[in-house]
Design a protein around this ligand. Structure first.
Ligand code: QUE
Length: 678
């Protein structure tokens, strides 16, 4: 397909793109959170009397004012919407204020008295291990007999790696605008990757049914996983205030508030033991993965599961035991972040490879290549899924050549031999990533496609546009399947009343799932066009020669019988004919991913629909006196199959590389037991 630009590219550039905070809303109050100043403690007393007198303040609510469950946890309800007796992280909301302006709300906040008996918090994995604060019992996945084979291995060592968290830093902070309607109705406009879960959590906290809550999302200013569950929180707080005040309420966190209270990428501590032959073939690995879950469960167990399912990365490990534990701490509950736990465990595996190479004094590239999953054999993951469509060798061969790996390796050796303080390094690093939600039921999507009599098409689907280009791809799929040009297709804001019961836009599956649902809806419509227009052509020609349904083609904004090419009308004329013939111009589509059967009981089965493969060759220089590190060059090659939109895919790959680079080079999360500002 020709190069197609992001459907909102012009709006992004001119500033016309409407984000949540740009939506005009009359009569709106500003919602504000009053949170804990300490990471752990018991609430002793509170007093809001003086604060209530501040001009412009409409309401100050506590947990006592929450009609519903007062909980934000999705998989388990373990996260109070407003703290009841105790606080578990700095910034945890205790009160909500609705005021005419943010300034008035902040003025009121200063007058709220909260006495908390502070306790010693747990901030790190190591403190949590001492306190035995597991989120759930340790999970174990096994293949072969790692323990015995390790004991017999020629070469072995043990090691560990500590990996920090990461702030999502989406350009648009968490935001929601809630507009109460008649009776129990609540319209929730949310910057969320997960409209259905926002609908569920809002409904449960308001104590109303799901059909009373409508969630709408036009676009996000970035998500990266940070708006997969954390958007529920802001939406729920705004909805609680809106219902109480009977007035629209908007909450848009300031950057400081957002950074303080929202979940991040999970920090990890990973220990390993590895046994390998003199040739560098890995014989056995025991790996013990620990994650810092923060104060609630959130998605930590699913994230940990993805860590386990990627612990071997692109390598065949015949004997492997993977243990994994998430630890409860007093941080804001950590959450989904691009890669969803896989990058942390893959980093440990890559560390193992580097250490084997250094042990054997060979280029790590050699160890990587030797241990890659095979094509005919050595191709089963530790959880028993066959690695089919293995692209490791084709990517390797191409990238080694295009990056000029071996010439540069030699140059770097010369450079390092002649420079004492500036050193260079070169690595080729593979990734194998499983595509599907590992929570199997989430692998589904719906769509609703409406065609109007002027030949324009409105596509609704369950996915969320967060800048990644999903809507552009949906537009392209609809245009291709209906045989009309792109400008005839508009993709509507995502809305739970148009397409219900959606899965989050996550797990690298937004285009696959929603694209297939859109296609399914269009196939239904296409069949109606073929039948109706075949009949129309036959009737019009007085049955002289029958037009068959299967011969009716939709292409180039036309509908025609390819056997009788003079029988041709425009797509818009055809749409009008369907209406006159009383045939529906609207259809739903549904898709569920086939052949996923991973079992948590046996820790085995097909966890993914397929694997995606990629590699990068990175050259860095490090000043060993100052620590200054420069990325001299990076060559990235991914197999994306038949790209729907190569501009967008390249943008995603470049963006992901840079985001990962920030994580592993310059970003660091630091936490205190107290809010330093107070
Ligand atoms: C990648 C994943 C998963 C994911 C997000 C990713 C995944 C998964 C969930 C999930 C589970 C339950 C929920 C929810 C999301 O998200 O496997 O909102 O309630 O189960 O980026 O693999």
């Amino acid at each position: 397909m020709e190069k197609v630009f992001h459907e909102s590219a012009t709006y992004h550039l001119t500033g016309e793109a409407i984000y949540l905070d740009d939506i005009p809303q009359a009569n709106v109050l500003i919602g504000h959170l009053v949170g804990s100043k300490v990471a752990k403690g018991k609430i002793v007393s509170t007093n809001i009397t003086k604060a209530l007198e501040v001009k412009g303040v409409h309401a100050i609510l506590s947990h006592k004012d929450v009609v519903g469950i007062n909980n934000l946890g999705t998989i388990v309800h373990d996260e109070e919407a407003l703290a009841v007796n105790e606080v578990r992280f700095v910034g945890q909301p205790i009160f909500l204020i609705a005021a005419q302006t943010k300034e008035q709300a902040i003025e009121a906040e200063k007058l709220i008295e909260i006495e908390i008996a502070a306790e010693i918090p747990i901030l790190t994995i190591f403190e949590a291990i001492v306190a035995d604060a597991k989120v759930q019992p340790t999970r174990t996945m096994k293949t072969g007999d790692a323990e015995n084979i390790l004991a017999l291995s020629e070469n072995k060592f043990s090691g560990s790696i500590e990996i920090g968290g990461q702030e999502h830093w989406y350009l648009e902070t968490q935001a929601s605008l809630c507009i109460p309607g008649e009776g129990n109705e609540m319209k929730v406009i949310s910057s969320t990757q997960n409209p259905t879960e926002v609908q569920m959590i809002v409904a449960e906290n308001l104590g109303v049914s799901l059909h009373e809550v409508e969630v709408e999302v036009r676009r996000l200013g970035g998500g990266f996983g940070g708006k997969e569950t954390n958007a529920h929180h802001v939406a729920t707080w705004a909805a609680i205030l809106a219902k109480h005040c009977k007035q629209p309420v908007k909450i848009k966190l300031t950057r400081d508030e957002d950074q303080k209270i929202t979940g991040k990428r999970h920090p990890y501590f990973i220990e390993y033991k590895v046994g390998f032959s003199q040739e560098g073939i890995i014989q056995a690995i025991e790996i013990d993965i620990h994650s810092n879950a923060g104060s609630a469960r959130d998605l930590s167990m699913s994230i940990l599961e993805r860590s386990m399912l990627h612990a071997e990365n692109a390598y065949f490990v015949e004997n492997m035991t993977i243990k994994a534990t998430a630890w409860k701490t007093n941080l804001p509950s950590n959450t989904a972040f691009r890669g969803f736990g896989a990058p942390q465990s893959m980093a440990a595996m890559e560390n193992i490879i580097d250490e084997i190479a250094s042990f054997l004094s060979v280029d790590a590239a050699e160890i990587r290549y030797k241990n890659f999953y095979g094509v005919e054999s050595r191709n089963t993951t530790p959880y028993g899924q066959l690695v089919s469509n293995n692209r490791l060798y084709s990517i390797w061969n191409e990238l080694i050549q295009t990056s000029d790996y071996y010439t540069r390796r030699k140059e770097i050796q010369r450079f390092n031999a002649s420079n004492n303080y500036l050193k260079k390094g070169l690595a080729i690093t593979p990734v194998k990533f499983g595509i599907s939600f590992t929570t199997s039921f989430l692998n589904q999507a719906g769509a609703l496609v409406n065609i109007y009599t002027d030949g324009t098409v409105l596509v609704n689907h369950g996915g969320v546009e967060m800048g990644q280009g999903l809507f552009t791809k949906m537009q392209q799929i609809a245009a291709l399947e209906l045989g009309v040009s792109l400008e005839k297709i508009k993709v509507n804001a995502t809305n739970t009343s148009k397409v219900p019961n959606t899965s989050p836009t996550a797990a690298s599956s937004g285009s696959d799932l929603n694209g297939a649902a859109v296609k399914a809806a269009i196939l239904t419509l296409k069949e109606r066009f073929q039948e109706t227009i075949a009949n129309y052509f036959t009737e019009k020609n007085k049955g002289k020669q029958i037009s068959e349904n299967k011969d009716i083609i939709l292409k180039n904004n036309l509908v025609f019988d390819w056997r009788n090419p003079e029988r041709e009308i425009t797509f818009a004329q055809a749409a009008t004919i369907l209406r006159l013939k009383q045939v529906s111009l609207s259809a739903t589509g549904f898709y569920r991913t086939p052949n996923i059967n991973f079992s948590r009981e046996t820790e085995s089965g097909n966890a993914f629909h397929y694997f995606a493969f990629g590699m990068a060759v990175s050259e860095v220089s490090i000043d060993i006196l100052t620590g200054e590190c420069v990325i001299e060059r990076a060559d990235i090659l991914h197999d994306v199959g038949e790209s729907i939109n190569s501009n967008i895919d390249i943008g995603q790959i470049e963006g992901a590389f840079v985001q990962g680079l920030g994580w592993v080079t310059s970003e660091e999360m630091k936490y205190n037991a107290k809010d330093k500002k107070n």
